[in-house]
Design a protein around this ligand. Structure first.
Ligand SMILES: NC(=[NH2+])NCCC[C@H](N)C(=O)O
Length: 504
């Protein structure tokens, strides 16, 4: 069988290729008055954030492209102090430039070397951002692809490159582009494009569409799946449109098992979108998806996608935010909040009631021809039941071996505090080796209790530099420095869009 360039059918197989995006200058332009518009909750120190992110990049390189990690080490030994970080900056000659760890900025620069694509992308962005014709012309006259790619992302015409007195701001920043998980989802050898819920992220969707069309799937555009509203959508009244709108963000979509797909219905991924995804995925027999679980969560900022509530660590191990779990219903847990829980308006209880899990089984052809719908479904009692079912039924684990590690050890208030800083949002480099944030102490303790080693990136790098082969690392949580990174409200799962993973 031909080797796939891009293929993902689980969340755990050895990670071989992914898309990332290093924090860019746009993040440094957010002011408190625009927090809500930009989906940020704080002012982030950009320089420190980039340093933290570089740990992430280097760790990825050790696992995916070791030679490039060695290149970084060598480069930094000889580089002048102010140039030390240049090997991490896309567009610089010193950039590590890997074909396994791919930055969106580097890929954009690649596709716009084709003049036709460049002009198309400029006019698409300029019309979306309602720029003047003059700005469009300025962009058309820029021949440095790396510079232009950077401008598309940051929205800044840099003074030194443009020969002007000051930087000129031409588009708003897209400071959430570092969360590449959300921009699109590999479904085996297809890609499902996101349709971002908020204005702050729509340019990301546009850029991703171009990357899919002109880079990843330029020879097989039929593998790009796009789900949009019905053609008469705009004829409906506003209220009605709210029900029919299609929004999809990758943090809500998990290709968990070759036959089983999990979709979150959240503040970002609309119920119409979920509905359409179920139809689209079941109607493509080549995808081989037989079961789709829909996890409906409350529409909260704190848990904007399902991957802020749970992610998979091993076939039989998960990390989960306990407040949305079935356990919260257990008497001993509730007794901790005995006073408030007796009140019917207790917000925790309300939230719990909003968690709903429906599971759809692909109907046989005859069933479908008869009913034309996928309503043959069952309801699961809660998230733990779903995770256990996946471990046992899909992956063949023994029920007694399934382990759920809880955010903050499931102890209030650590559970909530650490969920906010993405304790449940880990990405697997391979089965059992996941990346977390160093500030989530109690969650790290819970991993230890579950039998995992816990290492900081610094410790991991020391080991790798002393000859330990990353290939031999097993059952380990590797912690990134995260004081600034976590303020953007996404963890390593959000910061990765896997393109190629091994089958399990
Ligand atoms: N997959 C995720 N959980 N992504 C997190 C995205 C965080 C980002 N600030 C936003 O609100 O959009």
């Amino acid at each position: 069988m031909a080797q796939h360039n891009y293929y993902v059918e689980n969340e755990l197989g050895r990670l071989r290729k992914l898309v990332i995006h290093s924090p860019d200058g746009g993040i440094g332009k957010i002011i408190p008055g625009t927090f809500a518009d930009n989906l940020y909750d704080d002012i982030v120190h950009l320089n420190k954030m980039q340093k933290e992110y570089n740990h992430y990049v280097k760790l990825l390189l050790y696992f995916l492209d070791k030679e490039k990690a060695h290149y970084i080490n060598q480069y930094q030994q000889t580089a002048d102090e102010e140039k030390k970080s240049w090997c991490y900056i896309p567009g610089k000659d010193e950039y590590f430039n890997s074909d396994k760890v791919l930055d969106t900025q580097q890929l954009l620069a690649e596709i716009i070397k084709d003049e036709k694509v460049k002009l198309r992308l400029i006019s698409a962005i300029c019309s979306y951002e309602e720029s003047s014709y003059a700005i469009q012309q300025v962009l058309e006259n820029i021949n440095d692809a790396a510079l232009l790619a950077k401008i598309f992302i940051t929205g800044i015409l840099p003074a030194e490159a443009m020969g002007t007195q000051e930087d000129q701001y031409i588009f708003p920043p897209i400071p959430n582009f570092i969360f590449t998980r959300d921009i699109g989802i590999m479904v085996k050898d297809h890609i499902l494009l996101s349709r971002m819920a908020t204005v702050a992220r729509r340019r990301e969707s546009l850029l991703t569409k171009f990357l899919s069309l002109y880079y990843f799937f330029k020879d097989e555009p039929q593998k790009i799946m796009e789900i949009i509203e019905e053609s008469d959508f705009f004829l409906y009244e506003e209220e009605e449109r709210k029900h029919r709108i299609i929004t999809i963000e990758g943090g809500d979509v998990m290709m968990i098992h070759p036959k089983h797909f999990v979709i979150g219905c959240s503040i970002r991924t609309s119920s119409s979108a979920v509905n359409e995804m179920v139809h689209t995925l079941f109607s493509k027999p080549e995808l081989g998806i037989e079961k789709i679980s829909v996890v409906k969560i409350p529409k909260n900022r704190a848990q904007m996608h399902i991957d802020t509530i749970f992610t998979q660590v091993k076939r039989n191990v998960w990390v989960l935010y306990g407040r949305f779990s079935e356990r919260i219903l257990r008497a001993e847990h509730i007794s901790r909040h005995s006073y408030v829980n007796k009140l019917s308006h207790n917000p925790r209880q309300l939230e719990m009631e909003q968690v709903e899990i429906l599971q759809f089984q692909k109907p046989t052809n005859e069933q479908y021809i008869k009913t034309k719908d996928y309503s043959i479904h069952k309801k699961l009692p809660g998230i733990e039941s779903l995770l256990r079912q996946i471990s046992v039924e899909d992956f063949g684990a023994k029920p007694e071996d399934v382990k759920i590690i809880y955010s903050g050890g499931n102890l209030f208030p650590h559970d909530e505090r650490e969920q906010w800083t993405d304790s449940c949002n880990v990405v697997a480099l391979k089965e059992g080796v996941v990346i977390g944030y160093d500030r989530n102490d109690k969650t790290a303790d819970a991993f230890k209790e579950a039998g995992f080693n816990v290492l900081t990136t610094k410790e991991a790098f020391e080991q790798f530099e002393n000859g330990v082969d990353p290939e031999t690392v097993e059952n380990t949580l590797i912690l990134l420095p995260s004081a600034e990174l976590s303020r953007a409200r996404g963890g390593s799962h959000c910061m990765s869009m896997p393109l190629l993973r091994d089958k399990l």
